[in-house]
Design a protein around this ligand. Structure first.
Ligand code: SF4
Ligand code: SF4
Ligand code: SF4
Ligand code: FES
Length: 590
């Protein structure tokens, strides 16, 4: 890497060639203020707050766009620079309604912080009193145009990060406004509710309806974790206050998603209104009654321990952690020799021996084949990568599925042989495939081995780990005299319940009240996504850390802990601490 030597505020700085002044300064901890710039976005130099003095330059320079050059001398807080920044701030504060005490973002606003930093204690210019509208038609967000500084971060996030292109700018000068599509109300627009615009907005112009006014950053905690809503395993940052989850943000540092989240990951978990199971329960006299963990586990251990291996059935949700799936497999398959074991979702076949590439590499593909999966509907962040590739000129070929969510972005919907033929001619093809792949398509795609990037998009969250632990043997409900169902937050299909022996003894390890818990003889309350620690294996095979953000509700326990306690009751030593179980699980997944 070629390094370039410059001087900032008298300090020698060496930074990679191609860095901007802002990046070089950041590297050595020199803080140049920004507003329109964001590390995840392509810089545009729109707001001018980052101006710096560069020796030999005729005017002040925007640090966020200007590349460094050998011997450059930069001043970031000279009197001229400070005067210019104050002018920019005076103009921004006078342009719209920035009465901070009445703003949702007050305390967490980048504009307000800059006001304090540069000592703004009055309006230097008369304020522009034209009221702009508030668009509250969106399901989760509202747009307060009066607080907008027209930095364009939201527009670039919607286009360059998510490739959705809903947001744009209309009108000119002081009348300029962010708008949706051809000036539609936000709620009627093509917005897919990924919330990326909300995450990048520096002011109170875009706010979350549910959590507005629930707490400033300084009053909250942030915990990095992994989204448990689909197999992509996006990195998250969970904001909590007083034991409650307030927001879920995308983790900009996460390799899988680099800050992106979808509606399922960002908003839906916060709107889950299902009734929780909060204490262990045992059916007594035909009714479920709360009992202690010890009593419930003793009944479960007696039932399972007293049954023959062929009479025990195990069904699991792939939404379980690696640790829980490891314990389930070790206890039931290895120790108790249970073979009637199944997963609540199907598994994508293995098509490439040594899959090359990963999800993010899809962005640089020129032809993308989509077969047997619908990422736009089921794993939206994967579809953002595909749409981004389309923006850069890639062709999407959907195999035999005109209803696929990516069909509107496809240049062709065709049969497998034609699709493979096109991919063979491409320079850098990618194959996205899922469990819905047909018997004809699977062998045909194998022709692309070694040439294409293969990404299996598993339908369930932690399917890869469940399959690796041998938990997808094909479950036969009718054969189970004792059923252990680790469903967690997932729903059990009605036909599984319908096909169960009516005398079967049912143990439900579940987070929510459901037809399964209503049918169960023992219910073991399980912690949900925000209340558990452990790890998940995403669809690419990365083992990703899950961290607990809040305490489990009532007496609920994390999935792995319930199984560890049950194993002890059965006299099996499979690991007592999370660390011990994690390391055993990771070892086996290698
Ligand atoms: S929520 Fe996502 S899709 Fe909707 S406008 Fe914002 S960035 Fe665009
Ligand atoms: S809505 Fe927010 S991100 Fe978008 S231009 Fe206005 S201030 Fe910037
Ligand atoms: S794509 Fe999947 S893992 Fe990523 S945020 Fe959406 S639901 Fe969560
Ligand atoms: S941050 Fe550089 S011009 Fe806006």
């Amino acid at each position: 890497m070629t390094m370039v030597n410059i001087n900032i505020n008298g300090q020698k700085v060496s930074a990679p060639a191609g860095s901007t002044i802002l990046q070089a300064a950041k590297q050595v901890g020199i803080d140049i203020p920004t507003l329109c710039d964001h590390p995840a976005l392509i810089p545009v130099g729109a707001c001018r707050i980052c101006v710096v003095e560069v020796k030999g330059q005729r005017t002040l320079i925007t640090a966020c766009t200007f590349p460094i050059a050998e011997g450059m001398e930069v001043q970031t807080e000279s009197p001229q620079v400070v005067k210019a920044r104050k002018l920019v701030l005076d103009l921004l504060f006078s342009e719209r309604n920035h009465y901070c005490p009445f703003c949702e973002a007050s305390g967490d606003c980048e504009l307000q912080n800059l006001g304090y930093r540069y000592g703004l204690d009055h309006w230097a210019y008369p304020t522009f009193t034209k009221p702009f509208p508030i668009d509250a038609t969106h399901k989760y967000l509202f747009m307060e145009h009066n607080r907008c500084v027209l930095c364009g971060r939201c527009e670039r996030a919607c286009g360059d990060i998510v490739a959705n292109h809903t947001l744009g700018l209309r009108n000119r000068g002081s009348e300029s406004m962010i708008h949706c599509d051809a000036n539609l109300r936000w709620g009627d627009s093509t917005c897919i509710s990924c919330g990326t615009c909300y995450q990048v907005c520096p002011t109170g112009a875009i706010s979350d309806k549910r959590t507005a006014y629930l707490g400033r950053d300084i009053q909250s905690e942030h915990v990095k974790s992994t989204c448990s809503q689909c197999s992509i395993g996006c990195g998250t940052e969970i904001k909590t206050r007083s034991g409650n989850v307030i927001n879920i943000f995308g983790d900009w540092d996460a390799k899988v998603n680099a800050g992106r989240l979808c509606e399922y990951g960002r908003f839906e978990p916060l709107y889950d209104s299902r009734q929780r199971v909060t204490s262990p329960m045992l059916r007594q006299g035909g009714k479920l009654r709360p009992v202690s963990w010890d009593e419930a586990l003793k009944v479960v251990a007696d039932k399972i321990g007293g049954a023959s291996a062929k009479d025990v059935g195990v069904l699991t949700s792939s939404n379980s952690t690696n640790e829980a799936l490891y314990l389930l497999s070790a206890l039931f398959c290895k120790e108790l020799k249970t073979s009637n074991v199944g997963l609540l979702n199907s598994v994508a076949p293995k098509l490439a021996d040594k899959p090359k590439g990963s999800l993010v590499d899809i962005i640089s593909s020129d032809v993308i084949l989509v077969a047997g999966c619908d990422p736009l509907k089921d794993q939206p962040v994967a579809s953002f990568f595909v749409k981004r590739a389309v923006d850069k000129g890639a062709r999407v070929i959907v195999v035999d599925d005109k209803n696929n969510g990516l069909a509107p972005f496809a240049s062709q919907i065709t049969d497998i042989s034609k699709a493979v033929e096109i991919a063979e001619r491409a320079e850098n093809p990618a194959v996205l495939y899922g469990a819905g792949i047909t018997e004809k398509a699977a062998p045909a795609l194998k022709k692309l081995q070694g040439k294409a990037i293969f990404v299996a998009i598993e339908p369930g969250v932690n399917t890869r780990a469940a399959a690796a632990f041998g938990l997808n043997n094909g479950f036969k409900p009718a054969a189970a005299k004792v059923l252990f169902a680790l469903v967690g937050e997932q729903k059990l299909e009605a036909d599984v319940l319908k096909n169960l022996d009516k005398n079967a003894f049912v143990i439900a390890q579940a987070s929510f009240v459901s037809p399964l818990t209503e049918r169960a003889d023992v219910v073991l309350p399980m912690a949900i996504w925000s209340e558990r620690a452990g790890s998940l294996t995403n669809t690419e095979g990365r083992v990703l850390k899950v961290n607990k953000a809040v305490e489990p509700k009532g007496e609920a326990k994390p999935d792995w802990e319930v199984l560890s306690l049950l194993a002890s009751k059965l006299g099996k030593k499979l690991g007592a601490s999370l660390d011990e179980i994690s390391s055993k699980a990771t070892q086996e997944l290698k």
